[in-house]
Design a protein around this ligand. Structure first.
Ligand SMILES: Cc1cc2nc3c(=O)[nH]c(=O)nc-3n(C[C@H](O)[C@H](O)[C@H](O)COP(=O)(O)O)c2cc1C
Length: 347
């Protein structure tokens, strides 16, 4: 990885935050969860207030299967966001996934204080597969774990996003070997995720065989990186050049509902995370019914935390998480499921 690539990665962070919050950064397809219905059950044999959302994730007991998905790190604004996310996650006893640690590690901006201030938070580190496969990438990933005393490490697969970036990594040779090497040596469980274009069933099977602890399908339906990257360069010659070939690919990917359904069919006992376009607690319930063991959201929780003027409100994010938990309980109650893991689609 070159210094100039690291600098560009650093500058890119804040632009990504702004566009990810805007409608331009969202998939423009019919929402994949709108076609999924949970079947109403008119005689539930459970108490709404007693529905138990507590979930075991890795070896940790959490308040629910919902967690905050990977977003950011490595700039002043990103650090402020991560500190606020960490406090809310710790307060609600849910896990937090950090965004790529590449920018923070390359700028020597340790994120240790997140761990120091939240010692019992279940914190997931993050690095891209192309950084892992680059020279020194294995050590970088181990330093990422060490920096925050990560409970698990996520490696993201983002070929569409890299292809849409002018400065992106376009040579993916050797990435599978790098992943296998890292899974074998990582001191913590490794989660493999996409970033909004989905993981197909055959790849999920391959990642499971490689030893991934969880596979996050991160499908199409919410934050859309092709749209974000094209929006980032609207007026430049590069932008014009990029947006033309990318026009047919703007909503490329496997939608979250399809990805989850197919990965679950291929891996009846695999550990799956459902994400990509989760908008509320009913979508969390639908993702569980489609086969997810855990569910996370990124963009919508960023919008709940940071308003349009950039003002951060931990209370608002906390209230959103409470509301999603309530909606998840409602979905269980109305389908006669005693807990989210019992949510099922009708055959
Ligand atoms: C502002 C922002 C930054 C993100 N940065 C990362 C990242 O650094 N690493 C990663 O694995 N995923 C990253 N993601 C992708 C999310 O973790 C998630 O896979 C994707 O956004 C789909 O979820 P959503 O529709 O709930 O946003 C980012 C998402 C957002 C909104």
């Amino acid at each position: 990885m070159t210094d100039s690539k690291d600098n560009i990665a650093h500058q890119r962070k804040d632009a990504h935050l702004d566009i990810a919050k805007s409608p331009e950064g969202q998939a423009q397809i019919a929402h994949p969860f709108d076609a999924i219905t949970l079947t109403h059950h008119a005689l539930p044999d459970c108490a709404l207030g007693e529905i138990d959302l507590r979930t075991k994730f890795l070896s940790y007991r959490l308040a629910s299967p919902l967690f905050i998905g990977a977003m950011t790190g490595g700039t002043d604004r990103a650090d402020a966001i991560n500190h606020a996310l960490a406090e809310v996650a710790a307060d609600k006893s849910i896990a937090l996934a950090l965004g790529s640690q590449r920018a923070s590690l390359s700028q020597k901006r340790s994120q240790k204080s997140l761990r120091q201030q939240n010692p019992s938070l279940v914190l997931i580190g993050n690095l891209g597969i192309t950084q892992l496969a680059a020279k020194g990438g294995q050590d970088l990933a181990l330093r990422a774990i060490d920096d925050i005393e990560a409970n698990a490490m996520a490696i993201h697969l983002n070929p569409l996003q890299e292809a849409a970036q002018i400065e992106g990594d376009h040579d993916w040779r050797g990435t599978t070997d790098a992943l296998a090497e890292f899974i074998a040596k990582s001191p913590v469980p490794v989660i493999i995720k996409e970033v909004g274009a989905g993981i197909n069933a055959a790849l999920a099977t391959q990642l499971d065989a490689l030893g991934a602890a969880y596979i996050d399908v991160a499908g199409l339906g919410g934050t859309n990186w092709t749209r974000i990257e094209v929006t980032r360069h609207p007026d430049t010659p590069e932008g014009a050049h990029q947006s033309n070939p990318f026009a047919p690919f703007l909503d490329w990917g496997i939608d979250t509902a399809t990805a989850l359904r197919q990965a679950r069919a291929a891996l009846p006992y695999g550990k799956l995370i459902g994400s990509g376009g989760i908008r509320h607690g009913l979508d969390v319930a639908k993702a569980m019914a489609l086969g997810a063991n855990m569910v996370c959201a990124a963009g919508p929780l960023l919008r709940a935390l940071e308003d349009e003027s950039g003002h951060i409100s931990q209370n608002k994010l906390g209230a959103t998480i409470d509301e999603w938990h309530h909606q998840l309980r409602l979905a269980c109650f109305l389908t006669n499921a005693a807990s989210p893991s019992q949510l099922k689609l009708q055959p």
